[in-house]
Design a protein around this ligand. Structure first.
Ligand code: PLP
Length: 332
């Protein structure tokens, strides 16, 4: 299954590509007693990959419609969002500026080297400055002129990003090969799981938290699901070009968050998680990344193993991409 390429910035083309993303049944003894499938959004595009593509699509279309020539965003040295934004800028003709916390390292991460090759310029800022990245006036404080630029929050966490995740839910409803009883996804900001919960018509969603976040992910998923439910429909949803099903604004699936599989915190990858990842990759023949998708599959494995899932459960796990981040982990 070769990756496809998103070749034009157009919602119809995006929906077409997303509708061709394959579903695979997993044959593995790591998930006893359940029927498990995976949707390979890592194969949507080799560079604008996984859930970050969905979180970008409406942002990119809006930027083009506004005539903006630059995308500005921020992230860490291994950020999947930064990588995808830089690639999207190169693909669709936007300049890109990445705001990065801390000093420029002597040796850049593979992610930042890629982003630079894609044409992204960087601004390295202090921790204090980075801390105010979601405050109004952030760009002006850095002497960046926001005219003709669009600012995308870290991780693509804005309403347009959430709408993209909602679109993914609708596409799953339209294209899934069987009726699933649960959809599982890795959670960082919680935007993706919130979008899915309002996009899917009848399937509850389960989110595996990949960081020690206390209650903040639960709070944020609530916030984004509410925003999506009360947002007015986009032009496409009104029946314009690329119409999927119009949103039924009252529909919202339950979200179940699992907070015991973060394995010590964000980007922490203890030995047992590595061993699990290796075993999964070997049995299923599907690559994972240690930060997100390995924790997702690990959480599912543990939940199945302790018998917390119905024997009749038919589960869809979302491969949300992020494979570029594997390069941040040395093989053991
Ligand atoms: C960013 C990311 C997530 C988390 O998505 P959120 O919307 O922030 O919850 C999951 N998987 C991968 C591979 C990611 O890059």
């Amino acid at each position: 299954m070769p990756p496809r390429y998103l070749t034009s910035l157009n919602l119809q083309a995006f929906i077409q590509a997303a509708s061709e993303v394959p579903y695979q049944k997993i044959e593995s003894d790591l998930f006893p007693g359940i029927e498990l499938w995976i949707r390979r959004d890592d194969l949507l595009d080799p560079l604008i990959s996984g859930n970050k593509a969905y979180k970008l699509i409406y942002n990119l279309i809006a930027a083009r419609e506004q005539g903006a020539d630059t995308l500005i965003t921020c992230g860490g040295a291994w950020s999947n969002h930064l990588h995808a934004t830089a690639a999207a800028g190169a693909r669709f003709g936007f300049r890109t500026l990445g705001i990065i916390r801390g000093e420029r390292p002597r040796l850049s991460s593979a992610t930042l080297r890629d982003a630079e090759r894609f044409g992204m310029e960087f601004r390295f800022v202090s921790r204090e400055q980075y801390h105010s990245r979601n405050h109004p006036g952030f760009l002006e404080q850095l002497n960046i002129d926001p005219a003709e630029a669009v600012y995308l929050p870290e991780g693509g966490a804005n309403l347009a990003g959430a709408r993209g995740a909602q679109l993914l839910g609708k596409i799953i409803d339209k294209t899934c090969p069987i009726r699933f009883s649960q959809v599982w996804v890795a959670c960082g900001t919680g935007v993706t799981v919130a979008g899915l919960s309002t996009g899917l018509k009848a399937t509850p969603v389960y989110g595996v938290e990949v960081l020690k976040a206390g209650h903040s992910i639960a709070r944020d998923t609530e916030y984004w699901s509410e925003r999506l439910q009360h947002a007015s429909p986009t032009r496409e949803e009104m029946g314009g070009e690329g119409a999927v099903d119009p949103i039924c604004r009252t529909s919202r699936q339950e979200i179940h968050l699992k907070n015991q599989y973060h394995c010590g915190g964000y980007a922490k990858c203890p030995h047992h998680l590595r061993a699990f990842q290796r075993e999964f990759e070997c049995q299923a023949g599907i690559p994972l990344d240690p930060v997100y998708t390995a924790k997702l599959m690990y959480g599912l494995c543990e939940t199945a193993r302790v018998g917390q899932l119905d024997a009749s459960a038919r589960i869809l796990a979302l491969h949300s991409g992020g494979l570029q981040g594997r390069r941040g982990f040395r093989p053991e």
